[in-house]
Design a protein around this ligand. Sequence first.
Ligand SMILES: Cc1cc2nc3c(=O)[nH]c(=O)nc-3n(C[C@H](O)[C@H](O)[C@H](O)COP(=O)(O)OP(=O)(O)OC[C@H]3O[C@@H](n4cnc5c(N)ncnc54)[C@H](O)[C@@H]3O)c2cc1C
Length: 438
Amino acid sequence: MIRNDEAARAEAADDFGHLVHRTPDVVLRPTSNQDVAAAIRRAAGQGRRFAAQGRRHSVFGRGQVDGGIVADMAGMRAVHDVGDDRVTVGAGATWREVLAATLPFGRFPPAVPDYLDLSVGGTLAVGGVGARISAFGAQTDNVVELQVVTGNGQEVTCSPNRRADLFDAVRAGLGQVAVVTTATLTLVPAPRQVRRLLLFYPDLPTMLHDQRLLVADGRFDAVQGAVLPAPDGGWTFRLDAVVGCATSPPSDAALLDGLSADRSLTQSSTSTHLEHLARLDALEQALRAHGMWDLPHPWLMTFVGDSAVESVVSAELDRLTPADLGQFGQVSLSAFRSRKITSPLLRLPTDDVCHAVNLVRIPTTDATAEAARLVAANRAAYDRVRAAGGTLYPVSALAMSPDDWRAHFGPVFAQLAAAKRRYDPGHVLTPGYEVFGT
Ligand SMILES: Cc1cc2nc3c(=O)[nH]c(=O)nc-3n(C[C@H](O)[C@H](O)[C@H](O)COP(=O)(O)OP(=O)(O)OC[C@H]3O[C@@H](n4cnc5c(N)ncnc54)[C@H](O)[C@@H]3O)c2cc1C
């Protein structure tokens, strides 16, 4: 299907961030690899740029194309061939759709993101991180094989053993060398239910102490931290820890052994695995109910090494005002073992333990000046994180110049640039990141 009406073009010029708007000339909805290849060749032949769009949850126009061609990947969302250890899916499928197909077989993709309404292709373009990152790495570390269409318009299958240079440049490669059309993803056995503990701490150092301990001993399947605005103007420090179980859950006493969490505040519950995986649905509903889901989302996502995390996060908390995060916002702060990440283009600090440190800003206004202020604040915070050895998770709301990206990719930039020269020499694909210029 081809659309160039104003409504379709306006939709493709917006995303979850509502911060950047670039209007394409044409919006396509491909249903096959051949459709994608023909569209990319057409864009190249006309001297236009091309980008795939999954669920448009980018927050800074990364899937947009000024005057070019956009492919809405929702037409390629079938989930095929659920096996014991793998599943093959169309890149436009959401993670919720992948789970709906695999959980009935008692299997799930272990690196599933925390928010389920993202497309597989959209998260493979950036890395894709979720609660089980410490045990399984990122989504790009759990891919068996990819079918892609390169910027040359070639349909290619790649994997660790077949066109490995392309496979490594596509995973977390910001859509610079190819569009993913089909992905074969790793599956693991799914627990039937999970025991969830919410643990509360008086301060950041105490919470970090337990995070390090839990990363080292692995007693939980997933541990995610959050620093939340407290009603008294201070902060609430909270860990959300879950462990899967087949029948009866382990005792809370055993799970809490040796931890410094305040026992009087600890909350525990048991839920089905799917209820747990879909836990952010409640937040989405709350934000929609308060009219905040459709406001600008100037989020900043970074990775900070363990050696710097306490000083970096303390300094950011000192700087943040209530308006910087909003009542529903938070600083999320989750520790993981960096050796589990093997995708070359997903850049991390050099520490053995790293922390995903995210400023999840939920403003209460759509005022342009306020959004611009927060984007500028993101840039300043990113510069501080980088000075402390940290890296960007490139789903963030801030402008990055080609020099910034070169510094970001560091030693692997040459690998990405070589793949760009080989697979997208005309610079047709995904201009929204501005990795190789606009
Ligand atoms: C509410 C919310 C929750 C989030 N939660 C998480 C989370 O839990 N974990 C996490 O890791 N990230 C999370 N993110 C970030 C998210 O992973 C990225 O923004 C992701 O790129 C969005 O996926 P999408 O399907 O909406 O892609 P889009 O916004 O449509 O596209 C994002 C980028 O990917 C490219 N792209 C899309 N499809 C393809 C394809 N098939 N082949 C090649 N490139 C493609 C686009 O061109 C664009 O550059 C979240 C974002 C939001 C807004």
